[in-house]
Design a protein around this ligand. Structure first.
Ligand code: LLP
Length: 432
């Protein structure tokens, strides 16, 4: 009935998540508040991990793309679920290290890692660094050399697949800030250069074709393009690469009308293609890596707000203002992302109103959703925006010096804070 299995309605007619009454959560922790169902996150991790065991004889690893939602607790959960971690900054890496995340399972991404970040990665023996460009490759060779170490790397490749059109296309497009191009020979030149370096060991290749993708075909095509490149590397240099990292991007259900495939379908199809095609190309079957972010945490989270002013503008529209906004959910402003909105304390009532949910920032565009169906709401009601678990907390800001909300984790009817609400003192701490 809802976009996620962890959401329901109790006998008071209140929305629940992970067995907790959201109206009580709002009362206890205040609003706005991000709430995550821990078991839903764990189930998602397990489904991905199992899909590699079932379809690929366990010859691979699932990395959680921590950019989707990064805090200490999610790192602890992913470690317990035998996942690796994709980090893209010194900050994400620091968070993972601070909970003793197994370093050998950390992959460091990013198109412009700084020297400090690379030094941090080398110092802590981060599993693998996904090198994006020649400037970075040369810098890493120096840094690893100075530390007396050898850095294991993957190259980020642009497979030239645009999965964001209705019918995806292989564009061969090289206009991207990420990675090495295939068609210009840039990627092959980088491989040859890496092979001459003393402190670099190239072990694989990586690509990421986009996000919120429902179709499996573009992933399959990406796998083929990457294997072709691996075969070409073998032919030209004799090097047989061990690792094929196909990135993340699996679509989730934001609206009732969204129809994502079960995550395991992806591995079923892609692993069959990788096995067959590598045999055809005379390659050994590579160790496979996938990097889901959104699909681990997106539908496991929701945001609760308290309704303030309700402004009905006759013949125009109704604005329902809440105590958060683009600071805690920038995705509508940035991408016009769709969400389901519900009145948590009237969850059984019909959603018979059409409203625009507005934030409290001093900016007309600060909207969370426009022309959405919601129950008849009034000041003091609790609004729930569903499936906000990915890229909201992680992209939140302090615009207008509004404090960022806390993160509450629920499990079996129990709730606990995993990130505290920011205070005004927190925000002014670095002001001189
Ligand atoms: N791996 C790499 C190298 C990536 O760049 C990304 C996402 C992922 C994995 C995880 O993708 P996912 O499974 O979460 O789709 N801020 C945007 C999403 C940006 C995604 C960037 N890269 C949003 O709010 O929709």
């Amino acid at each position: 009935m809802y976009v996620s299995d962890c959401i329901g309605v109790n006998d008071k007619g209140h929305l629940t998540i992970g067995g907790c009454d959201t109206v009580e959560l709002a009362r206890r922790f205040g609003t706005p508040v991000y709430v995550y169902d821990e078991m839903e996150i764990r189930r998602n991790c397990q489904e991905f991990v199992r899909s590699i065991e079932d379809n690929y004889a366990g010859n691979g690893m699932v990395l959680y793309a921590s950019k989707a939602f990064c805090c200490k607790e999610i790192c602890r959960i992913c470690a317990q679920e035998n996942m690796g971690l994709d980090v893209v900054s010194g900050g994400e890496l620091y968070t993972a290290l601070s909970v003793d995340f197994p370093v050998e399972k950390i992959y460091f991404h990013g198109n412009n890692k700084t020297a400090d970040e690379l030094e941090q990665a080398v110092e802590h023996n981060v599993g693998r660094i996904v090198v994006d460009n020649i400037f970075e490759l040369e810098m890493l060779e120096r840094i690893a050399g100075d530390a007396g170490k050898t850095a294991e790397i993957l190259f980020r490749i642009k497979p030239g697949i645009d999965a964001h059109t209705h019918s995806f296309v292989k564009t061969g497009q090289i206009d991207s800030k990420f990675g090495f191009a295939l068609e210009t020979g840039e990627a092959m030149a980088a491989v040859k250069k890496a092979l001459e370096m003393k402190h670099i060991r190239l072990v694989g290749v990586h690509c990421h074709i986009g996000s919120q993708i429902f179709d499996i075909d573009p992933f399959e095509l990406a796998a083929r393009v990457m294997l072709d490149f691996m075969a070409q590397v073998k032919k030209e240099t004799g090097l047989e690469l061990d690792i094929l990292n196909l990135g993340g991007g699996f679509g989730i259900k934001y609206l009732q009308t969204d129809r994502p495939r079960p995550f395991s379908d992806y591995m079923k199809k892609v692993s069959a293609v990788v096995k067959e095609y590598s045999a055809e190309l005379g390659l050994k079957i590579p160790y496979i890596i996938i990097e889901p972010g959104r699909s681990i945490v997106g539908a496991a989270g929701l945001t609760l707000y308290t309704v303030g002013a309700v402004k009905k503008i006759p013949d125009v529209r109704t604005y329902v203002s809440v105590d958060g906004g683009m600071g805690d959910n920038p995705r509508y402003v940035l991408y016009q992302s769709k969400y389901e909105v519900l009145c948590a304390n009237k969850a059984n009532e019909p959603r018979e109103c059409t409203a625009t949910i507005a934030g409290k920032c001093c900016e007309s565009g600060d909207l969370i959703q426009e022309w959405t169906s919601v129950q008849r709401v009034e000041p003091g009601d609790i609004l729930a925006v569903l499936a906000t678990g990915a890229y909201n907390y992680s992209m939140a800001s302090n615009y207008n010096r509004i404090c960022r909300p806390p993160v509450v984790m629920v499990k079996d009817g129990e709730a606990r804070i995993v990130v505290e609400r920011e205070t005004y003192a927190d925000m002014t701490r670095k002001d001189i």
